[in-house]
Design a protein around this ligand. Structure first.
Ligand SMILES: *Cc1c(COP(=O)(O)O)cnc(C)c1O
Ligand SMILES: [Zn+2]
Length: 376
């Protein structure tokens, strides 16, 4: 299997060995299609980790991945409560570093190691940085992580604990990204960005595979999904598309994407029917993990949501804390960003109910992306 990156703008192809993080034309890179398969007899025999989908991951052989993996993935999926058998919570906070970002980081760092990379730089609002730091350390790769100075202290502590050099940048999430990019250019270091590096999405796509397998080969009607930079949303979209292409499913679930009220560039563009989203000013939100004012993959995210016949909504800011408490009462202790996803789901349900009395049959999967213990 030889993997190529393909530019979303000019269609130019690049070997991953070039260590580019974007096309020389400035365009975003995607992983070009490669042959994948789902040999279920084999998969069923393997351990309950995302590594079980080896033939659908971008590895020639599994040896480097095996050195790096922390057994991430195949997280439990359980009903919201006993009255809601059709509303399933996918517990991605039960990951080695306590967020879904481990899916992407495991693949990205294994590929970096395979490519002989020894130093990386990444920027994050917290969880991606934690995840990249943990896997890089395990892989023996030296790591610099850039985060906004306002990031939750517990996440900062965790990043440092994994041995990364931590850079706390004053200002916005975008200022942090700019600082990281400047360092990448100046030092010519591998940019292990969960946003730009297309390998990250080769990990997050396993989210879709697991839902499909855990529902015994079915897919839900609807996937509720938080969106900041879209690493889970796009990964899930690619995953369902691959299942469709391989004939394993007959439709892709409808995506209900959720943004924070105080930072919703994609909502505005979606509602106006636009192909691209203009950056907004983050006016503040408790959902720090999705507060992305200028998501680089805005066009791809908007297109993916539309392709699933989906919608995008905002989570009411004043409902986030309450949503967090409600989930905790049901046994799920999540961080505020994840509570925002649930608040978005509640809003979706109350609006959807009005015109659709059959809503009770709607099968919905909601990810619980980040652990409560990571936040204050
Ligand atoms: C990263 C993250 C998100 C949002 O993911 P994007 O890739 O930015 O769309 C949502 N929730 C949690 C807990 C996260 O860590
Ligand atoms: Zn290009």
């Amino acid at each position: 299997m030889s993997i190529q990156f393909i530019c979303a703008e000019c269609g130019g192809k690049h070997a991953p060995e070039n260590l580019l993080w974007r096309c020389p034309c400035g365009g975003l890179l995607n992983v070009d299609e490669y042959t994948i398969s789902f040999p279920m007899d084999e998969i069923k025999k393997r351990s309950a980790t995302m590594g079980r989908y080896l033939e659908a991951l971008p590895f020639q052989n599994s040896s480097v991945f095996e050195q790096v993996t922390l057994g991430e993935g195949y997280t439990p999926m359980v009903p919201l409560d006993s009255n809601s058998p059709n509303i399933m919570m996918k517990m991605d906070y039960m990951m080695p570093t306590l967020s879904f970002k481990d899916r992407g980081a495991a693949v990205l760092i294994a590929k970096a190691k395979e490519l002989g990379v020894t130093n990386i730089i990444a920027d994050s609002s917290g969880n991606a940085g934690t995840s990249i730091a943990a896997y890089a350390s395990r892989a023996g790769i030296s790591c610099d992580i850039y985060v906004p100075a306002s990031t939750s202290p517990k996440k900062l502590k965790q990043i440092k604990a994994h041995g990364a050099n931590l850079h706390e940048i004053p200002g916005s999430r975008e200022d942090t990204a700019a600082a990281a990019m400047e360092a990448v250019e100046k030092k010519q270091v591998f940019y292990a960005s969960h946003v730009y590096n297309p390998y990250f999405y080769q990990g997050t796509k396993t989210y879709a595979f697991e839902i499909w397998e855990q529902l015994n080969g079915e897919v839900p009607d609807t996937i509720v999904i938080p969106v900041g930079n879209g690493t889970l949303l796009l990964g899930a979209y690619y995953g369902f598309r691959e299942l469709l292409k391989c004939g394993n499913i007959s439709k892709i679930p409808r995506f209900v994407a959720v943004q924070a009220e105080g930072c919703a560039p994609l909502v505005q563009a979606f509602e106006r029917g636009e192909k691209d989203a203009e950056p907004v000013v983050n006016t503040g939100t408790a959902a720090e993990g999705i507060a992305i004012a200028a998501p680089a993959r805005h066009r791809q995210i908007l297109q993916a949501i539309r392709d699933t016949d989906g919608i995008i909504i905002t989570a009411p800011e004043e409902k986030i804390e309450q949503a967090r408490e409600e989930l905790a009462k049901k046994g799920f202790y999540v961080e505020p960003t994840t509570a925002a996803t649930y608040a978005g789901f509640q809003k979706y349900r109350s609006q959807y109910k009005q015109g659709n009395p059959d809503h009770g049959d709607e099968k919905i999967v909601i990810p619980l992306c980040g652990a409560g213990i990571k936040a204050n």
